[in-house]
Ligand binder design. Structure first.
Ligand code: ADP
Ligand code: MG
Length: 388
């Protein structure tokens, strides 16, 4: 981890002058509501203490210079008026995409020198990519005095990832990184981006939320997102609704009967059951958090995992093993989080049982011959901000 003073020093060494400021944007875990954000549904992420940080100074000459302390290689130099979607650029496409999206939206960004560093594990389903986009967007918004809101910056970050990088992600990750607050989970309605900070004080309740990063990524996941997305769209079309958000929870059974009789693939029936029931689980968890009954959210997390495993079929043996081992060892609940096919799971556990449950997960992984997962507590942390 590079400290702020180190980041300033490395910026100065790279670019021959001091940065104008330092910004941070966190990674996230999603407590509940998976594959719902492209269905206009609900999600409930929380920000991690892990952040991407950026030291930035403006340029007036139309050059964008990008460097990350976390990847080998020198400074990437781009002309901002030559930026265009899906040109490649590797990791640099994430921050460059933000500059492109800002300029596309008519904002007067004239160039920048940027030095990035991040403690968000990459490719672990913890949104290191959104952290990179959001920290870049916040920095440029401040330096060029664009006056954009956190929500507007999140939307521009998503546009950078969708259109410029070419990854069809929903809006959850960028909104979580931009808008979460310490000690809260963020209830987000992805239809209109209305949000609510839901108090989520784990320590006060004697609880811990563990993140288990399995450190695996199965190739199977590559086309799966697009396939699930298309299946959900087919389900909505067969039901005559714009998105699956429109299906009321209490008419899910009837909707599934309609689908089964409509000739759609049986996978579509499963996808619809997952999305509609997971939306309802978000509402259930929010009500439990509001009532101060965080423990009772455990079985809802378990049900969410079963739905992702059996209906959406985006889990994998390693994620299933985290959940089964943790629950067998006495966890209150557990589920995979993020896109699945590897990445991370979350485990809700009594504080005094946390070490024992973590040990049980490690032992189960060793016994199964899987690589050792990385386990750390998710402390609900602040969203993007200026540090100096
Ligand atoms: P996730 O967002 O779940 O971590 P993604 O595949 O969406 O996974 O994004 C990971 C990519 O983001 C990396 O492959 C890299 O291109 C980029 N990235 C993330 N963090 C950094 C970093 N600190 N420096 C450079 N690139 C990064
Ligand atoms: Mg990502």
């Amino acid at each position: 981890m590079t400290e702020n003073s180190e980041l300033t020093a490395s910026f100065t060494e790279l670019y021959g002058r001091a940065p104008e400021g330092i910004w941070a944007a966190p990674g996230r875990v999603n407590l509940i509501g998976e594959y719902t954000d492209f269905n206009d549904g609900f999600v409930m992420p929380l920000a991690l203490p892990h952040t991407a940080r950026a030291a930035v100074a403006r340029r007036a000459d139309g050059e964008l210079r990008l460097h990350s302390t976390d990847v080998p290689g020198g400074v990437v130099r781009l002309r901002i008026d030559e930026l265009a979607p899906q040109q490649g650029h590797g990791w640099a496409a994430y921050p460059a995409g933000v500059v492109w999206a800002l300029r596309e939206a008519g904002h007067p960004v004239t160039g920048a020198d940027i030095q990035l560093t991040s403690t968000v594990p990459t490719g672990a389903g913890l949104s290191s990519s959104a952290a990179l986009e959001v920290v870049t967007a916040f920095a440029l918004n401040d330096l060029f005095e664009l006056g954009l809101s956190a929500q507007e910056l999140a939307v521009l970050g998503q546009r950078a990832e969708n259109a410029f990088v070419g990854v069809p992600c929903g809006i959850m990750d960028q909104m979580a990184s931009a808008c979460c607050t310490e000690g809260h989970a963020l209830h987000l309605d992805t239809r209109d981006l209305t949000m609510r900070q839901v108090p989520f004080d784990l320590a006060a309740g004697g609880l811990r939320l563990l993140v288990v990063d399995t450190q695996v990524k199965h190739a199977l996941g590559d086309g799966a997102y697009a396939e699930r997305r298309a299946g959900c769209e087919a389900g909505a079309a067969a039901l005559g609704v714009r998105t699956l958000r429109e299906v009321p929870y209490d008419s899910l059974g009837a909707a599934l009967d309609t689908l089964a009789g409509s000739g759609v693939d049986e996978s579509v029936v499963r996808y619809v059951r997952h999305v509609v029931s997971d939306n309802q689980r978000v509402e259930q968890v929010m009500a439990l958090l509001d009532a101060g009954d965080v423990r009772a959210a455990g079985p809802v997390l378990d049900a969410g995992h079963a739905s992702l495993r059996d209906d959406l079929r985006v889990s994998c043996p390693e994620l299933d093993l985290v959940v089964s081992a943790a629950v067998a060892a006495g966890a209150l609940g557990a589920r995979m989080t993020g896109g699945g096919f590897g990445g991370s799971a979350i485990v809700l556990v009594e504080e005094e049982q946390a070490d024992m449950v973590a040990k049980s997960v490690l032992e189960a992984f060793a016994a199964a011959g899987h690589a050792t997962p990385r386990i750390f507590p998710a402390v609900p942390s602040a969203g993007a901000r200026r540090l100096g």
